[in-house]
Design a protein around this ligand. Structure first.
Ligand SMILES: Nc1ncnc2c1ncn2[C@@H]1O[C@H](COP(=O)(O)OP(=O)(O)OP(=O)(O)O)[C@@H](O)[C@H]1O
Ligand SMILES: Nc1ccn([C@@H]2O[C@H](COP(=O)(O)O)[C@@H](O)[C@H]2O)c(=O)n1
Length: 198
C-alpha cells in the first residue's frame, strides 16, 4: 500500500526543501509539481496544448527556476484545462510505491485529498522574499512584490486555489532553520507512518 505526503503553501515558504528531505529520509519518490506549471508557462503558444504534451525534456530546462518562469506558471495555472491536463500524471505519481511526496498548491485539497500526511508550509512574506532573493541573487524588495502578486493570483483563482486542506498541519518556518523545519516534518510523518502500522 502506498503512502502519500502532500505539501502545499505559498511561494518560497520552504515546501520543496522539506519535500526533498522527507523523500530522502523515507525512501519515497518526490514530485515538485510547480515544475509542471513552470514548464507549461515557459513553452509559449497555447498553454493547454503545452500542458497536454509536456515531455521529460521540458522539465529539465535550465530556465525553470527563474522568477519569470514562476510568474508565467501562475498565469497558466489559473486555466482549468491546464490543471485538468496535468491531473492524471500527478495522481498516478502519488500512488507510487513505497510512497510519494508531492509539493505544490493543491496537493492536499485536489490531487491527494486522502494523503496520509498533509503539511501546509508558511513563512512571513518578508522572510520568503529574503530567502528567494538570496537564492536567485535578486533584490528582496522586488522579490517581495513578485511573491505577493503570485500568491494573490494563486489564492484568488476559481479552480484549485491555494489554501490549506482542513486536515493539514500548518508548519511556520519563519523562525526555523532548515534542519529544524525538516526535523519537525519528519516527526509528523513518522507518527502517521507508525499509526498506520498499528
Ligand atoms: N527554514 C528555512 N530557513 C532558511 N532558508 C530556507 C528555509 N527553508 C527553505 N529555505 C530556503 O528558501 C528558499 C525557498 O525554499 P524552497 O525552494 O524550499 O521553497 P518552496 O516553497 O518550494 O518554493 P516554490 O513555491 O517557489 O517552489 C530556498 O533557497 C531554500 O534553501
Ligand atoms: N500544485 C501546483 C503547483 C504549482 N502551481 C502554480 O505554479 C507556480 C509555480 O510553482 P512553484 O511551486 O514552482 O513556485 C505557482 O505560483 C502556482 O501558480 C499550482 O497552481 N499548483
Amino acid at each position: 500500500m502506498s503512502f502519500a505526503i502532500a505539501i502545499d503553501g505559498p511561494a518560497a515558504s520552504g515546501k520543496g526543501t522539506i519535500a526533498r528531505a522527507l523523500a530522502v529520509y523515507f525512501g519515497f519518490h518526490h514530485l515538485d509539481t510547480g515544475l509542471l506549471y513552470r514548464a507549461t508557462g515557459v513553452r509559449g503558444g497555447d498553454p493547454v496544448q503545452a500542458a497536454q504534451s509536456l515531455t521529460a525534456e521540458d522539465l529539465t530546462r535550465d530556465d525553470l527556476r527563474s522568477a519569470g518562469a514562476g510568474q508565467a506558471a501562475s498565469r497558466v495555472a489559473a486555466i482549468p484545462e491546464v490543471r485538468a491536463a496535468l491531473f492524471d500524471f500527478q495522481r498516478r505519481f502519488a500512488a507510487r510505491e513505497p510512497g510519494a511526496v508531492l509539493d505544490g498548491r493543491d496537493i492536499g485539497t485536489v490531487i491527494c485529498p486522502d494523503a496520509e500526511v498533509k503539511l501546509y508550509v508558511i513563512a512571513s512574506d518578508e522572510i520568503r522574499a529574503q530567502r528567494r532573493a538570496a537564492e536567485l541573487g535578486a533584490d528582496p524588495a522586488e522579490m517581495l512584490l513578485q511573491l505577493q502578486e503570485r500568491d494573490r493570483r494563486d489564492s484568488e483563482r476559481a479552480t484549485a486555489p491555494l489554501r490549506p486542506a482542513d486536515d493539514a498541519v500548518v508548519l511556520d518556518t519563519s523562525d526555523l532553520a532548515i534542519d529544524q523545519a525538516i526535523a519537525i516534518a519528519i516527526e509528523i510523518v513518522d507518527k502517521a507512518w507508525n499509526r498506520r502500522l498499528l
